[in-house]
Design a protein around this ligand. Sequence first.
Ligand code: M6R
Length: 604
Amino acid sequence: MCGIIGYIGFRDAKEILVDSLKRLEYRGYDSAGIAIIDKKQQLFKDIGEIDEIKKNLPDFKGTIGIGHTRWATHGGVTKENAHPHLSSNKKIAVVHNGIIENFTKLRDNLKKKGYKFLSQTDTEVIAQLIEDNYTGNLEKAVFSALKKVEGYYAIVVTCTDEPDKIVGARKDSPLVIGVGDNENYLASDVTAFLKYTNRVVYLNDGELCIISNKEIRIFDEKNIPIERKENLIKWDLKDAEKSGFPHFMLKEIYDQPETVHHVIRGRISEIYRTIEFNEKVENLLKNGINSINIIACGTSYYAGLIGKYLVEKLTGIPVNVELSSEYRYFGTRNESSLVIAVTQSGETLDTLAALKEAKNSGCKTLVVTNVVGSTATRISDAYILTQSGPEIGVAATKTFTSQILVLFLLALKISIIKNKIGADELYKYILQLKELPRNVRQILNQSKKISGIASKLKNANSVFFIGRGLNYPLSLEGALKLKEISYIHAEGFAAGELKHGPFALLTKTTPVVVIVTKDSTYAKMIANIGEVKARGPQVIAIAEDSDTEIDKHADFVLPFPSNSGLLSCVPITVILQLLAYHVANLRECSIDKPRNLAKSVTVE
Ligand code: M6R
C-alpha cells in the first residue's frame, strides 16, 4: 500500500521524485524517501509527510533515482524502515510495494552469509538478495533474486555500477512505465508522472522491465523478451489536482455532475433505446446468467449491495454480495454464476484474491473499476471502467456513484437481454439517467445548508444512519464516510433493526440520520422516526423535495429531487458525502488523508 516512483533522463531527478511522491501520497504517508545516483547512492528518508521531509532534503544532484511513500506493513513507522533500502555494499537501492512472505527465512540465510540488516522490513531482504546474486548485470540479479521470493511485490531498483538503467518488476502489485522523450518513468500509479507524460506501457504480473533514458525492455517470467504497445492516458493533469478546492474530497464530490455524465456517455442510446458495453462484456452477459455474485470491500461493497437491489428488481436474477475477504475463503463458487468484482482501484488485495478464486473455480468474471490497466482488469474475463478520472481523496466519493451507475446500466442490459423490460420502461430510465447530473447539481447547491446541519453533528459521540431497501446500504455508506474522515463513531442500520438491539444506545446526544423515500416503506419510516424521537435524539431526515409531511416529524430536513426514481440513491449519496465532509471540516480533521487509512489496500 505504498507509492513508488523511478526516474531516468536528463532532468533534476530530485525535483521529479519529490513532485511525484507528493502526488502518490494518498497511497501511504507515514514516511518517505529517495535515492539518487551521483557516483554513489545518495539516500534520504524520514518519517512524516512529503512536505515536511522535503524541508530537510539535501541538495542531491543526479538524473536517475527512485522514491517511495510508505504505509507501514512490515516494521513500525521509523526512519530505518522507510524506503529506499540499500544493500550491504550500498550500491543497490530498492523501493517496494507488497509483502515478501518468506522474508524471515531469507533474512536468516543472508545473515549467515554476513549481510547486515538495518531495518525490520521485508524490502531490505530484496536489496540484499539482489546484491547476493549480482555478477555485473542488474536485471539478471533481480531476476534471480525474485525467483527466491514468495509473496507479492512491485519493485524498482538501481545500482551504482550501472547508472544508466532502472530495473522494475511486479507480481500482484501495480507498476506502470511512463514513456518520455530521452527520459522514462516507473511508478505504482499513472498520476505520479502524468505531469510529464501521458504515454504509458503496462506491465503484467511476473514481468520485469529495464528502462534507460532512451529504451524500454520488457521480459516475461521466463525471461523471454516481449514487445508491448504504448497506451495514451486521457486523464488531464488538472483532474489530479485540487482545482481551487480546499480538499481533494470536496473537489471530487463536486466532480460528480460530470462523472455521472462520463459513466453513461457512449453507453446509453436515447435514439435506439438501448444500453451498450464493450464486446467482451456483451459476450459475457449474453452467455445466459442464472445468478450473480458481487465481491468487493468497503465502499465498493456498499455499491455492490445497491447493485444487488437494482439487478434483482430489474432482472429477477438472484444476486449474492460478499465481502472479498470472506468470499476468498468461504464463498460459494458456482460455475454458472457470473462473478462481478467492484473495485475503484482495481488493486485491493482481498478483491484480487477473491477474483482469482472465482476464476480458478471456473466462474466467469467481470470487473467494475476506475483504473485502466489495473491488476483486476488484467485477470478478469472482461471489465467496465467507471471513467471517473483519478480519485485522490482516501474517502471514495465520485467512484462510488459511478460504480452504482455501472451496476444500474448492467441491470438494464441484462433485463434487455432477458426480455424483462419494455421499451417504455427502458426509455423512462434513460431519461432519469440523463436528468441525474442536474439533480446532483441541486444537491451541491445545498452545500451551505448541509454545512449548517453538520454543525449539529460535529460534537456528537455517535451518529446513527437508518433506511430501508436501497436506503439501507446508503445508511451504511453514510456512516462509513462520517467515521473515516471525522473520527466520530457512526453506524448504519436497516431501519427495522433498531428495535432489535441498537435502541439501547440511543440517547439525546445520538443524532439519527433517516433516509426516507416515498415508496411502500414510507409509513414504516415515519413510524421509525417516531420511535427514535421518543428516545430523545434529534432526527435529520433526507427526504424527497415533494414530501410535504416530513417537516412535521423530523428536526431538520435535507431534500433531494423526487424525479430520480430508483436513481435517487445518487443524489442521496451526495448529501451524505457533503454531510461527512462538513462535519470533518468543522472538526479540522485531515480529510484527504485520514489517520491509519490509505487509498488502495494492497495488504491482507
Ligand atoms: O479500491 P477499492 O474500491 O477496491 O477499495 C475498497 C475499499 O478499501 C474502499 O472502498 C474504502 O472503503 C474507501 N476508501 C472508503 O471511503
